[in-house]
Design a protein around this ligand. Structure first.
Ligand SMILES: [Zn+2]
Ligand SMILES: [Zn+2]
Length: 347
């Protein structure tokens, strides 16, 4: 076992603190990664605070991880020492169910193994990326192209793939009108990716406070949802709406913005149900869908796509001892648009 530095939550109510955790020995198919950068995702905060259900403590979170391979197991064939690699929201799956066999391991019917707060194959609880090293089975390790600035790459592993997957699945591209609800960590990536795919992109944000950013990042149009006229102007307009908001919104008002056979996909996760007026779906034969991260194959495709199109998240680099402060700023929506922890400050 390897004892490594980490930043962990001691309980649901205390700030995260510097500590050490154990990483398993590198098995035949494992890769040891020296972590360089880890993104701060809103899910990290929900998880450590027990808002998505009880967890065991201490818990290290972080599922937007990039670093260098420093050791490989005897049977590893996909990665070599020195490679720039990434790890996202999952580190394993059953590999036997219908969805895994079809290459959709994010939808593993036996539950994929989350990068943190999940039960690993050896019965231990997985610990995430706010640490100096992690051991991951090689098939769940991604290659990070050199042209993506390394200190900005980490958020692609959650925010990037979570928005890329539905945009690709529902064919965002030339001639398609795509709306992005919410201009946060997920939303700003949806804007960049949809624009690079060739779609006409509209941001639907609460106010116009981030309009300048939205247009700079690739949006063609920007509307405030606190102005009721927005919903009249844009009725029956969009082929695809990506809802990145994790608070409860009036979903019917947004469904009414879909044109014929349009789809609204939720990637944000409000804790309470969203009541849908079915008549709104009858009109224009609309669909209301959900999407969860992306497969490993698709995550690699996304990284390569971002490299090819020069896309990287907008980030603010913080030291490990600023994680608690960063959490408060995430909760106050005071980040443009993703915090990334410089793991060198944890060494
Ligand atoms: Zn996340
Ligand atoms: Zn499975």
């Amino acid at each position: 076992m390897l004892t490594v530095n980490a930043y962990a939550a001691p309980s649901a109510t205390e700030p995260l603190v510097k500590t050490t955790i154990e990483r398993r020995d590198v098995g035949p198919k494992d890769v040891l990664i020296e972590i360089r950068y880890a993104g701060i995702c809103h899910s990290d905060i929900h998880t450590v605070r027990g808002e998505w259900g009880p967890i065991s403590y201490p818990q290290v979170v972080g599922h937007e991880i990039v670093g260098y391979v420093t050791e490989v197991g005897s049977e590893v064939s996909l990665h070599q020492v020195g490679d720039k690699v990434g790890v996202g929201c999952m580190v394993n799956s059953c590999r036997e169910c219908e969805n895994c066999l079809a290459g959709n391991e994010q939808y593993c019917l036996n539950g994929n193994t989350g990068t943190y707060a999940a039960v690993d194959v050896d019965g231990t609880i997985t610990q995430g990326g706010y640490s100096t090293h992690v051991v991951v089975v090689e098939d769940f390790v991604l290659k990070v192209p050199d042209s993506i600035p390394f200190e900005k790459a980490a958020p692609l592993l959650c925010a990037g793939i979570t928005t890329y997957s539905p945009l690709a699945h529902w064919n965002a591209g030339p001639g398609k009108k795509v709306a992005v609800v919410g201009m946060g960590g997920l939303g700003h990536m949806a804007v960049k990716i949809a624009h690079a795919m060739g779609a006409e992109v509209t941001v639907l944000s609460q106010s116009l406070s981030k309009q300048e950013d939205g247009l700079r990042l690739g949006a063609d149009h920007y509307y405030a949802t606190n102005d009721p006229a927005t919903f009249e102007t844009l009725a029956n307009s969009f082929d695809l709406i990506i809802n990145s908001v994790s608070a409860k919104i009036d979903i019917n008002a947004y469904l009414a913005l879909l044109r014929f056979e349009g789809t609204l996909v939720s990637v944000g996760a409000p804790p309470e149900p969203l009541p849908v007026q079915v008549f709104t779906l009858f009109n224009n034969r609309r669909s209301f869908a959900g999407s969860s991260i992306g497969s490993i194959r698709e995550t690699q495709e996304m990284l390569d796509f971002c490299a090819e199109h020069g896309i990287a998240p907008e980030t603010e680099l913080v030291a490990a001892d600023a994680i608690n402060e960063a959490y408060e700023r995430v909760l106050a929506s005071d980040v443009r648009y993703r915090f990334v922890i410089d793991i060198a400050t944890l060494a």
